[in-house]
Design a protein around this ligand. Sequence first.
Ligand code: ZN
Length: 250
Amino acid sequence: MLGKDHMSLSFLTALMVSLPLYLGQVIGSDILICFIFTVIIGSLLPDTDCNGTPLLYWKFGPLYYLMKVLVFPSTKFVLKFIIEKRDMCNLYSEEINDEHRGIMHSPAGIITSSALLTIFIALFLYVLGYFHIIYTFVAFLGFFGGQFLHLLQDTCTKSGVNWGYPFTNNLLRGDISTFRKQGEQVDGRLKEFQAILFSGIIFVIAIYSYSNKNFFIYLYPVIILISMLIWIYILWRANVFSEHIAAKTL
Ligand SMILES: [Zn+2]
């Protein structure tokens, strides 16, 4: 999936789950903006470790270099020590050439890299005197949430995601093409997914407008449930299935 698709689908999802908290006055506009912004960045992070020039480089250059030079190598270093059972030498060669089997496209990789990126930024802000514990926590949630959504989105593509990496060799993949041959149409389902998530946001605003303002926040679990159902629908529409990698020549 292309960077702009990752950005738009992650932005819409993040807005759908965080806007109710803002409308229900649980969080302020500062937290809302911090969360949405870090989710958008998070949705671009995993592809920094792949061939080519990712959108992160063009949009947020300093973060691209922070990821490339500091966060990814240290993530691999940390995981190498945590996971001793497997021959982790593969980590250093395999995933650089093969984006969707690598550590940066796995839950272990995105948790570790989100934590490390947050720590590096927090240290930097601390030195400058701008450190803030709440924003730091929200930024971690945003980086992790954005990267998690990236994995969900890549699961819909033909390349798929090995969610159990490096412990399993099962690829979950759909049938959406990331790259188009010349003259080929963009997969219409991407627009459909954006439209459904956008409708979800309109739905949230509609409920807020018509419900008792004091009662609105109690509907939050329902909104979370609906956004989860939307994502189950998206995975179903992308015809996601499980495949053993050993049987496949990548
Ligand atoms: Zn990816």
